[in-house]
Design a protein around this ligand. Structure first.
Ligand SMILES: *Cc1c(COP(=O)(O)O)cnc(C)c1O
Length: 391
């Protein structure tokens, strides 16, 4: 059958290049230690930075909400799915972020696709950092706006592009604040200044910064002292928040506009209210327990220094995302496989998620890793890195 061969040939080709992706199976909750394929391992690849995903208080908030509001939301927000938990969560996020208004989406992916394609279209131009998340790329493609990628964090190149973009109806600069595979931070002050100079909108994706960066954990915008200066702030509730969904923050007009024009918001059933209730509880915890964030950063600095001292290339990481470069895809996969055999779970990240010849292990640190956990990981990285002649 030609149909069968089509799939098999592509899968065989991926496997041969070391690029085939396979699912691993988790049993039990998500935290620093997990049951993977029936064995307990140390988890160094979760975005559950603060260890909230299995927090008893989040679970309890969800259970309480189910008792009051039931499980399903029944319809999209605009039809009859705008439940009390959604509205409470949006008020909380707006207050926490210090913005006029907030809208919750069903996921970060849905938010980026819906925000970008709702706001921008033909006749507009969007400038996007080359390493932006795939959901931003997909949103831009769907929007039909002119799409220009600028080299990673290169504000000079960005300015060059902006200079020549006077003929477009709207100009927008979209960037991750913390880059998801490199763990570095965007030069947002410069970007914001350019945006002012060239009359461009700025949209940021705080997926890996919300709950992680800033004195209060509000994200990179707070950390960089840019509160009030960014038009569109998007972030997820699925990473440090430990729950699910995403938000966009900005002016009341922006939110009203998206309610009317954002198709992934309009044409999708609202989040289950219990998920919104759990997110709300998590944000209260983030507000009231800064010690979690402090521990996360302490762990991050400790592990990064140890990996650097061993001679690994951690690229330009500035956050709890610490890439360990292996370059070649098969080598990255073998590195990950050997670490797992030693009880350390770190995923290999390969093209097309990252550029060719930059395959890496993506180590993520959590507040709930103990000192012993970190030391064990360092020991195994040293052993395995030497075996593979990476150090
Ligand atoms: C994870 C992520 C998303 C997608 O968020 P989900 O809630 O997982 O759909 C969007 N942007 C960035 C930068 C991310 O890392």
């Amino acid at each position: 059958m030609i149909k069968d061969n089509f799939l098999k040939n592509i899968l065989d080709d991926l496997a041969q290049k070391g690029l085939k992706r396979e699912l691993k199976s988790l049993d039990g909750p998500q935290n620093a230690r997990i049951m993977l394929n029936g064995k307990e391992v140390l988890n160094f690849c979760s975005n559950n930075y603060l260890g909230l995903a299995d927090d008893e208080r989040l679970c309890q908030a969800a259970i309480e909400c189910i008792k009051k509001e039931g499980l399903g939301s029944g319809a999209s927000r605009l039809v009859c799915g705008n439940m009390s938990a959604h509205r409470r969560l949006e008020r909380k996020i707006a207050q926490f972020k210090g913005v006029e208004s907030c809208l919750v989406f069903n996921s970060g992916y849905a938010a980026n696709v819906g925000i970008i394609s709702g706001l921008f279209g033909r006749g507009d131009i969007i400038f996007s950092d080359k390493l932006n998340h795939a959901s931003i790329v997909d949103g831009i493609i769907l929007s039909g706006a002119e799409f220009k990628r600028y080299p990673h964090k290169d504000v000079q190149a960005l300015e060059g592009f902006l200079k020549n973009a006077g003929g477009f109806k709207k100009r927008a600069i979209i960037t991750d604040t913390v880059f998801s595979m490199d763990g570095d931070i965007t030069p947002l002050s410069e970007i914001s200044r350019l945006a002012e100079q060239y009359d461009a909108w700025v949209m940021v994706d705080e997926a890996h910064a919300f709950g992680v960066l800033g004195e209060k954990g509000k994200g990179a915008v707070e950390y960089l002292g840019l509160d009030g200066k960014i038009d569109i702030q998007m972030g997820t509730l699925s990473k440090a928040v430990g729950s699910f969904g995403a938000y966009v923050c900005g002016s009341q007009e922006l939110i009203d506009f998206l309610v009317n024009k954002s198709r992934s918001f309009i044409y999708s059933t609202a989040l289950p209210p219990a998920i919104a209730a759990a997110s709300l509880k998590a944000i209260e915890i983030i507000e009231n327990e800064p010690q979690r964030r402090e521990k996360l950063w302490e762990n991050t600095k400790y592990l990064k220094k140890k990996l650097d001292d061993l001679g690994f290339d951690t690229l330009g990481s500035q956050t709890p995302i610490i890439p360990v470069l292996a370059k070649e895809s098969k080598l990255a996969v073998e590195f990950s496989r050997r670490l797992l055999a030693e009880g350390i779970f770190v995923q290999a990240i390969r093209p097309p998620t990252v550029p060719v010849n930059t395959s890496r292990l993506r180590v993520t640190v959590m507040a709930t890793h103990s000192c012993n956990d970190l030391d064990l990981a360092v020991e195994k990285f040293m052993k395995t890195g030497k075996e593979l002649s990476l150090i």
